[in-house]
Design a protein around this ligand. Structure first.
Ligand SMILES: *Cc1c(COP(=O)(O)O)cnc(C)c1O
Length: 241
């Protein structure tokens, strides 16, 4: 087994254990492999272990991989910062966007989504710790944006995403995830039944257990699947053959 294959078995075991501890069905947890900076071969190794959903942060890098792996019918999730000039290619190439934080971006994605692909799945990125320099909406702005986005026919608003501040013990890690869960409840009270949010995109390599305890549905895992990212890897050219 390669180290990626071993890592995936270990991550799956952690997920199953935490799900059991939290009395949750492990089937309700989607493992999203965060493949930024990783090459085609590394993605194929992850796919050989049954992973078929990949998260990318940088559009140009992602498009090379999506094209090279077209025959694989993977589910691609955009999880990086999104500017207006990138919305068209994101709308055309991804199944999910986790980082919507303003109506202008949502409207562009809605207008640019090709009809034959069906609605684009959307999560609102929430700045759950109210950090001044972080991207994402402040929690008290989320309800209004959710109500507006729920009117856009080519988007399907699925839930909330957050990247909390680093915390080092499980109890303090659970707090922001709990806040995100409660915010989803609050938004769901305002939405019609058929529109209710079913997704919480939360939990990375360092806080998988805390996120599962607080009802995460999508875990975004990079390091614990592919190994540590280096500064160099962050800038490297992506091999596509
Ligand atoms: C890089 C990244 C991850 C994965 O983080 P790891 O700590 O490597 O698991 C998850 N979510 C987002 C938005 C990221 O940018």
């Amino acid at each position: 087994m390669t180290s990626i294959e071993k890592n995936i078995s270990a991550v799956k075991a952690r997920i199953e254990n935490s799900a059991a501890n939290a009395s949750r069905d492990p089937q309700a947890l989607q493992l999203l492999a965060v493949s930024k900076t990783r090459d085609i071969e590394e993605i194929q190794q992850a796919a050989s272990q049954g992973l078929n959903a990949f998260g990318e942060n940088y559009l140009q890098e992602a498009l090379l991989k999506i094209n090279a792996l077209k025959s694989m019918s993977f589910e691609w999730h955009f999880i990086g910062p999104l500017q207006s000039n990138k919305t068209k290619q994101v709308a055309e190439n991804f199944s999910w966007v986790h980082t919507v934080d303003r109506l202008k971006i949502a409207k562009r994605l809605n207008d640019q989504r090709p009809e034959n692909l069906g609605p684009l799945n959307i999560c609102l990125q929430i700045n759950i710790d109210n950090e001044p320099t972080k991207s994402g909406l402040l929690p008290d702005q989320a309800c209004d944006l959710a109500l507006s986005i729920s009117q856009l026919p080519n988007l399907r608003l699925r839930g909330l995403m957050a990247i909390p501040q680093a915390r080092h013990d499980i109890n303090s890690q659970r707090q922001p995830f709990r806040d995100l869960y409660l915010l989803r409840q609050e938004i769901n009270q305002q939405l019609d039944n058929f529109q209710k949010l079913d997704t919480l995109s939360m939990g990375m390599s360092g806080d998988i257990e805390a996120a599962i305890h607080e009802q995460a549905t999508i875990l975004r895992i990079g390091t614990d699947i592919f190994g540590p990212r280096t500064e160099k890897a962050n800038n490297k050219e992506v091999k596509t053959t």
